[in-house]
Design a protein around this ligand. Structure first.
Ligand code: GLN
Length: 237
């Protein structure tokens, strides 16, 4: 096996995979391949053990009940927590984002225990956030403006040690003027779209964490066109 091989783990496609979030896998595979970095992707269903030796773990969005079930199974499994201890990267969307926190709101708004891998707490907001989302990313990450699609009821509070991923320009995100968060090598976001298709710089951030170094630049004019089209559709000229 070549030493540069990246193992991508897609967690619970049977429970957490709404709005095309699985496209995030394809983008990571493709952007690695364009740089000559081979990848292997493992789809881990909710009745299977989560391997601890992944480089990048992906979690997608989900309905309220599958989200609760996913949190229970991931807590009982413990594999993701161990991988995070070893420094693996995690990219989690919406339901997947919320369940990495200490607590999130269930289908009746009841508090449900999360994995506690992110120091965040989510509950239910007054109204459902549905629509396009645009945000200006924390300059420390060196990533251009993010674009995505949100559809969630949850609102998320960040605790100490967690930084917001972006300041919201359009949309609700966490519900307090910010969208998503990052802590160590974990990134959480409310962006579907899929998020990494619309925001290849985020995909490259995860890949650079996985290879532990900078990546060579690639020509991504198609991704650029998609981004321009999406941003033009919602931002005033
Ligand atoms: N059930 C969660 C919420 O509504 C997550 C929804 C989703 O993943 N789209 O906040």
């Amino acid at each position: 096996m070549p030493s540069d091989r990246i193992k991508i783990v897609w967690i619970y496609p049977d429970l957490l995979s709404t709005y095309g979030d699985q496209g995030n896998c394809i983008v990571l595979e493709r952007r690695a391949a364009l740089r000559g970095i081979s990848t292997r992707t493992l789809h881990v269903r909710s009745d299977e053990a989560v391997p601890v030796d992944g480089d990048i773990y992906l979690l997608g969005g989900g309905e309220d009940r599958p989200q609760i079930l996913a949190a229970q199974r991931l807590r009982a499994d413990g594999g993701l927590a161990r991988a995070v201890e070893f420094g693996s990267a995690v990219f989690a969307v919406c339901a997947g984002y919320q369940l990495l926190g200490t607590e999130f709101g269930g289908e009746e708004g009841q508090p449900v225990q999360g994995l506690g891998l992110l120091n965040i707490r989510s509950g239910r907001g007054e109204k459902r956030a549905v629509g396009e989302i645009v945000g200006d990313v924390d300059p420390a990450l060196g990533i251009p403006r993010i674009t995505g699609f949100e559809n969630h009821q949850g609102i998320t509070h960040l605790g100490p040690g967690v930084r917001p991923l972006a300041k919201t320009v359009i949309g609700l995100g966490n519900g307090n003027g910010f969208e998503g968060c990052y802590q160590g090598h974990i990134v959480g976001t409310y962006m579907h779209g899929p998020a990494l298709v619309r925001n290849p710089a985020l995909a490259d951030l995860l890949l650079s964490w996985a290879v532990k170094g900078p990546l060579q630049p690639i020509n991504d004019s198609w991704a650029g066109k998609l981004r321009e089209e999406r941003l033009r559709a919602v931002l005033p000229a």
